[in-house]
Design a binder for this molecule. Structure first.
Ligand SMILES: Nc1ncnc2c1ncn2[C@@H]1O[C@H](COP(=O)(O)OP(=O)(O)O)[C@@H](O)[C@H]1O
Ligand SMILES: [Mg+2]
Length: 441
C-alpha cells in the first residue's frame, strides 16, 4: 500500500521509520517531512495544516492510508474531509477529536460513561467560577477548555493561585478563546502514567505505557516543555493495570462515543494519575505523544501499516499488536534557551558517529548487547547540505535494550556524541523507574 504521514517532528520520524519496515508498504510519503524523515519517505511540500492540499495529493497519488501525527489537522477536520471523499485515514473525526480539543467534553463524557476521573465543574461565566472557588477549600486544578499548547492547565495549591489562574484564562484570555470556558477540578495525588490504545470505533488494542518528562530541568524543575524524554514500558506498573485501563477507561469511552454517533478511530492517549489501587483519567489526547511515540515505535513489532489500516477500517477485532519486552527510552536534545527563546540554524555534528558505517567501540558494544540506537529528528533543517537546528526540540536519541538501565546508558552515550552549540538535555530520564527497580530488586 501507499502511505502518507502528516507531520514533521520526532513523532512522525518514528512513525515513518516503523512504517518503512512494513512488508505491505511500497510507497511512503510525508508532508512536510524533515531531514531525518526525508531519507525514509518521499517529501511532500505541503503543510500539515493544508487539508485541501493533502486531500488532493492523496487522491492524485492513490494513497491507500493517511496517518495523521499532530492534533491540529484532526481538530480542523482532516479525517472528516478524507472520509467524505472515500479516502482511508488513521485519526478521529473533528467531533471525536473533542476528547482532546475540549476538556469539558471529555469530562462530561467520562462522567456519563462511568470512567474514573477527578470531580469537576465547568464554567462559561467568570463570576460563577469565582463564587465556586470562594466556596471551595483545598487545592484545585484550573484548566482552559480548549487547545492551549500544553500551557492551559494550572495546579493551584491555594485559593489565591486558583483565582489568579481563573482570571488569567477567563478575563485576560491568556490562551485566547481556549479559555472562554474552564474546567475546575479536584487536585489528585499519585504517579502519572500515559497509556496508548489503538482504536477502531469499537475495539481497542494496547500499544503500551509510557512516562514522560515535561519540565525542562532535572528533578522536574523549571518551566514545562513539549517533553524532554520518555520511556516504555513502565516497570512500576504491570499488565494487570493495562487490562484495568482498557476495561475501566478505554472500552467505556469507545462505547459512549459510539452511542453519541461520534465513534473514535485512531490512537487514544490516556493521561492517568495512579494512586495505589485508585486510577483516574487526567486527560485524553487523540494522537501519539511526542516523544512518547519514539520509544513506542521502537518496541512495536509487526506490520504497523497493517495495524493502522485495520484500525481505520474498523477491523481490529481480528488484529493483534506485539510489543517487544525490551525497554526503550528517548532522550530529547533541545536548543539553548528552550522552552523560552532560542536560536535556529546552529550546525549539528556527530550524528554520523551513531548512524554512519564507521565502526566504533560503542557500536560494537551495542551490537553485542543487542541494543538498538536510533536518532529521530524533531527540529532540524539542511542548510547548504549541512544539518542545522530548526526548533526547540532538535533530536530524540532513542535506544532499546534488554533492561531500562542499558537502554538509558546507550541513549546517553549516543546523546553525548552529538554536538551543537547550546545543546541541553535532562540527565534524569527514567530516574523514577530506576529507583523503583533498585528498591524492588
Ligand atoms: N486533577 C489533577 N490533579 C493533579 N494534577 C493534575 C490534574 N489534572 C492535571 N494535572 C497536572 O497537570 C498536567 C497537565 O494537565 P492535562 O490535563 O494533562 O492538560 P494538558 O496536557 O492539556 O496541559 C498533568 O500532566 C498533571 O501533572
Ligand atoms: Mg497532558
Amino acid at each position: 500500500m501507499k502511505v502518507l504521514v502528516v507531520g514533521k517532528g520526532g513523532r512522525e520520524h518514528a512513525l515513518c521509520w516503523r512504517l518503512s519496515q512494513s512488508q505491505t508498504v511500497r510507497g511512503l510519503y510525508c508532508a512536510s517531512g524533515n531531514p531525518g524523515i526525508d531519507r525514509l519517505a518521499n517529501p511532500v511540500a505541503l503543510s500539515p495544516a493544508d487539508i485541501q492540499g493533502l486531500l488532493g495529493f492523496a487522491r492524485d497519488n492513490s494513497i491507500d492510508l493517511t496517518v495523521v501525527g499532530p492534533e491540529e489537522p484532526l481538530a480542523a477536520g482532516i479525517a472528516d474531509e478524507f472520509n467524505r471523499h472515500g479516502l482511508r485515514i488513521f485519526g478521529p473525526t473533528r467531533a471525536a477529536a473533542q476528547l482532546e480539543t475540549s476538556k469539558s467534553f471529555a469530562k462530561n463524557l467520562m462522567r456519563e460513561a462511568g470512567v474514573p476521573t477527578a470531580d469537576f465543574a465547568v464554567f462559561d461565566d467568570f463570576e460563577a467560577a469565582r463564587r465556586y472557588l470562594a466556596a471551595h477549600r483545598g487545592p484545585v486544578v484550573v484548566k482552559a477548555d480548549g487547545l492551549a499548547l500544553g500551557k492551559g492547565v494550572s495546579v493551584c495549591p491555594d485559593p489565591e493561585s486558583a483565582m489568579r489562574a481563573l482570571a488569567d484564562a477567563m478575563e485576560r484570555r491568556r490562551f485566547g478563546e481556549a479559555g472562554a470556558r474552564v474546567v475546575i477540578e479536584q487536585c489528585l495525588g499519585g504517579e502519572e502514567l500515559s497509556f496508548f490504545a489503538l482504536c477502531d470505533g469499537e475495539n481497542a488494542l494496547a500499544l503500551g505505557m509510557c512516562q514522560d518528562h515535561k519540565a525542562v530541568f532535572d528533578g522536574d524543575r523549571g518551566p514545562n516543555t513539549g517533553g524532554m524524554g520518555a520511556y516504555s514500558p513502565v516497570p512500576q506498573f504491570g499488565a494487570a493495570l493495562e487490562e484495568r485501563i482498557l476495561d475501566e477507561v478505554v472500552r467505556p469511552t469507545l462505547r459512549a462515543m459510539k452511542a453519541r454517533g461520534t465513534e473514535f478511530r485512531g490512537v487514544l492517549f490516556v493521561g492517568l494519575m495512579i494512586d495505589g489501587e485508585q486510577i483516574d483519567v487526567l486527560e485524553f489526547n487523540v494522537r501519539f505523544g511526542d516523544p512518547e511515540c519514539q520509544p513506542l515505535m521502537m518496541r512495536f513489532q509487526g506490520d504497523l501499516a497493517e495495524a493502522l489500516l485495520a484500525a481505520a477500517e474498523g477491523r481490529l477485532e481480528r488484529a493483534a499488536v506485539n510489543l517487544s519486552p525490551s525497554s526503550a527510552v528517548a532522550v530529547v536534545l533541545a536548543s539553548g534557551g528552550y522552552p523560552g527563546d532560542y536560536r535556529k540554524g546552529i550546525p549539528i555534528a556527530g550524528l554520523e558517529r551513531i548512524e554512519g558505517a564507521e565502526p566504533s567501540e560503542l557500536k560494537v558494544k551495542w551490537a553485542l548487547d543487542g541494543t538498538r540506537v536510533k536518532v529521530f529528528h524533531a527540529g532540524t533543517a539542511l542548510r547548504d547540505g549541512a544539518l542545522v537546528t530548526d526548533g526547540g526540540r532538535v533530536l530524540g536519541v532513542t535506544a532499546m535494550a534488554r533492561t531500562l538501565g542499558q537502554a538509558l546508558s546507550a541513549a546517553y552515550d549516543g546523546a553525548d556524541l552529538i554536538q551543537f552549540e547550546g545543546k541541553h538535555m535532562r540527565r534524569d530520564i527514567g530516574r523514577r523507574a530506576l529507583d523503583y527497580l533498585a528498591r524492588n530488586s
